[in-house]
Design a protein around this ligand. Structure first.
Ligand SMILES: Cc1cc2nc3c(=O)[nH]c(=O)nc-3n(C[C@H](O)[C@H](O)[C@H](O)COP(=O)(O)OP(=O)(O)OC[C@H]3O[C@@H](n4cnc5c(N)ncnc54)[C@H](O)[C@@H]3O)c2cc1C
Length: 431
């Protein structure tokens, strides 16, 4: 019987891993490769803020797992992992419902090697009112929901007969990449909406406030890059409040520890992550306080050498650094590439490889206005750069993901398709 490799979670890391394993091991019948995902389609998560702002139509950018699996010699199973039976080497998939009807019953799936790459969810740290009143931008449905609510503000304003000019107040908790990029995209969308005739809310009457607990925006970037971004946010009229801890969220807005109140009709929480709850002590595996599975440099979980984890749901050590590998798309990509090579080697009797994270820097896109980035250089120095080069490198990150999934020819075709779509479709998703 062929060795059964099951990858659970087809996101930034898992889908790349399944694709490479399918191409290199599935096609040559070295192993049977299966990908399991809770959804039928993949959308690269760093694109979610663009979906929320309406500048990306997720329907045009999504990838269908079934079709992709057929092309790349692996099997796709739709299902949400809910448990694990390590003794019998089986994972449990929860029943799947559609419109209240059970479409798929609870199932069990056997593995010889299991890779868990199910990503993370937003962590609101138990802040009062956050889960009731905030949108967490960690799923496509949430991003689309935010977009609908944003458009509804403009639709309502178009019917308003008040003598006062209508306003729209948006508050974003967290000045990390997601919060900052979303704020800039929303400014852009506000201008686009006016050009489509939704001019009752003037761009100057859209108030976007980013609230951040630490001392500066994008604390992961260098101070120089952080200052450059703050300046550009201020130029876009985005209000940034640093050193402000949000303590409570109500229907009306945000309360901070220092006693301030920020009124907001739309509220987004983008201030932290945690791995899915069911990973905590899953079948006795070791996990940390944010539910991430703890892995060794080989990406094997500490207590079961047949189970691996990567990406946001794993805590992976760094030999040269006290903090673990950061939860980012580039980490998930690097781990997927290493693990693909490592697992194919082990099928041929070679030893597993050890993961070493290479920080290539960070890039922040402020919509069409600007991009700012840090690229890590030699001798621990990093370079900060802005403008068109940074924008080009930002777009390249996504193209690299597509290149890993589709190869050169199809990626080129997708680039051409995107260019045609940009010319043929409205600049903004208007429904
Ligand atoms: C708005 C936003 C912007 C971002 N921008 C950047 C950026 O610019 N650069 C960067 O490096 N990082 C960015 N990130 C972070 C980046 O998206 C994540 O670090 C990366 O996607 C993690 O990859 P992953 O493979 O671990 O998980 P994901 O890409 O989240 O994929 C997880 C997959 O697992 C599936 N899944 C979840 N639970 C289950 C289950 N129980 N059973 C089966 N399947 C399941 C999901 O459907 C999904 O397909 C951003 C994140 C967000 C939210």
């Amino acid at each position: 019987m062929l060795h059964r490799i099951v990858v659970v979670g087809g996101g930034a890391g898992g889908l790349e891993l399944a694709t490479v394993l399918g191409n290199k091991a599935g096609r040559k019948r070295l192993a049977e490769v299966t990908l399991v995902d809770a959804s039928m389609t993949h959308l690269w998560k760093p694109k979610l803020h663009e979906v929320a702002a309406g500048v990306l139509n997720a329907d045009l950018d999504e990838l269908n797992y079934v079709a992709h699996a057929k092309r790349h010699h692996f099997r796709f199973i739709m299902g949400r992992m809910s448990g694990l039976d390590r003794d019998n080497k089986e994972l449990v998939l929860a029943p799947h419902y559609s419109n209240g009807e059970e479409v798929l019953p609870e199932r069990r799936l056997s593995y010889d090697t299991l890779v868990i790459s199910i990503g993370s969810n937003t962590n609101d740290f138990g802040t009062q009112g956050a889960s009731d009143h905030c949108i967490f931008l960690d799923q496509r449905a949430a991003a689309e929901d935010f977009h609908r609510r944003f458009l509804n503000q403009y639709l309502k304003a178009s019917q308003s007969h008040s003598v006062e000019e209508p306003h729209c107040n948006i508050a974003i908790v967290g000045a990390g990449a997601t919060g900052v990029e979303l704020a800039a995209e929303l400014c852009h969308s506000a201008h686009e909406l006016v050009s489509y005739g939704f001019d009752q809310i003037k761009p100057e009457n859209l108030t976007i406030t980013i609230v951040e607990a630490s001392q500066r925006v994008l604390p992961v970037l260098s101070e120089k890059a952080s200052i450059a971004i703050l300046q550009q946010l201020e130029d876009l009229n985005i209000r940034v409040m640093t050193n402000e801890m949000v303590t409570e969220i109500t229907e009306e807005g945000l309360h901070t520890k220092s006693g301030k109140f920020i009124p907001a009709s739309l509220k987004v929480w983008s201030a932290g992550i945690k791995a899915p709850e069911f990973l905590k002590n899953l079948a006795g595996l070791e996990s940390n306080r944010i539910n991430q599975l703890i892995v060794k440099p080989t990406l094997q979980t500490t207590l079961d050498e047949r189970i691996f984890a990567l990406g946001d749901c794993a805590q992976c050590p760094r030999p040269d650094n006290d903090s673990p590998v950061p939860p980012r798309a580039q980490s998930a990509h690097q781990q997927a590439m290493l693990l693909a090579k490592s697992l194919i080697g082990s099928l041929k009797g070679k030893a597993l490889l050890e993961f070493q994270y290479e920080d290539k820097g960070s890039l922040i896109s402020l919509s069409k206005y600007s991009s700012v980035g840090n690229i890590m250089g030699n001798l621990s120095k990093d370079f900060t750069f802005e403008g068109k080069v940074a924008r080009w490198m930002y777009v390249t990150l996504y193209r690299m993901h597509q290149f890993t999934l589709h190869g050169t020819l199809r990626t080129l075709l997708l680039i051409i398709r995107d260019r045609i779509n940009r010319r043929a479709s409205p600049n903004l998703k208007l429904h």
